[in-house]
Design a protein around this ligand. Sequence first.
Ligand code: FA5
Length: 339
Amino acid sequence: VQIVERFESTLRQVASDYPDAFAHAKSEHELRAANAKFVGPSGLITALFKQIPSLPVEQRKQMGRGINELKQAISAAFDDRLAQIHRAAKEAELAVTPLDTSLPGRGVMPGRLHPITRTMYDLVDIFSRLGFQVAEGPEIEHHEHNFDKLGFPPDHPATDMQDSFYFQPWGTERLLRTHTSTVQVREMLAHSPPLAVVAPGAVYRRDDDATHSPMFFQLEGFMVGKDISMAHLKGVLGWFVKQLFGTETVYRLRPSYFPFVEPGAELDIRWESKGKSRWLEVLGCGLIHPVVFESVGYDPEEVSGFAFGMGIDRLAMLKYGIDDIRWMYDNDIRFLSEI
Ligand code: FA5
């Protein structure tokens, strides 16, 4: 009798306690702790279940049903309260200002142009101001445009397999152009003089060291018309050098050889760096060779002109103080964001 009374009184106590205990729980954590006191492994309900075998046989069924009903009621109350707590948390989250406009923004890193592209735009801009038009040519070229029409003899070392990238299955008929002088040929074949054109673009050679890249950029320029002379060449290039490097820049034309010009020259500028002063080669140039005019169907007695070709990478290296050309092709953001 005693044991039955104790059992029943515990049952009544749990039944009267749990609604308040759940109502007072303010968070999921508190609710779960309150729930454990009743139905956890060492909870009151669990303890009652364990006592059933010690009850008088005729009471066991009824008492068992009693705890089961209470356990189900607790479980339903727990679910309700948990749903309430979750709803309240969601409402609290929605009630606060969704955007804190007083926080400092996350920095935006704007992209910018690669130093080679920037230099290329600078060069095109300078020559455009003198009235030069801009043209482009294909990077996969015919041997004829790259060499033959420019007066390269068939055995010229630059036509060797070592220096150029040829395309199979065309043998030596097609290659990645080794210079932008191909655009002179294409433009002259397509248009009649007078012409003043600059042509920037990628070119390819079997080179690879600190100052030579297998792919690099050149800017070609040429002017064709009546009585175009070395004086025009010197005037245009002198103006260009001063625009790019400053009005104090000292430069010179030094005789040199290219198959497609006569006379040919290289333009050097006086360069001061790390306390030293030296001549630096900047570009190749000259008066367009009569052989070139003949190969594009111009009469060399009627027209004359000059041409020049410069390495854009080299100019970018000078301008931005870059020692190794490979930096410009590595795509390293640390380098690119410094320049
Ligand atoms: C030429 O390519 C001639 N077509 C230039 C020319 C045009 C002369 C018109 C006369 C009339 P050259 O091989 O020197 O010339 O190359 C020109 C420039 O390209 C060089 O001064 C150098 O700045 C650059 N250059 C050459 N090879 C490389 C390379 N592997 N990597 C980076 N720059 C290079």
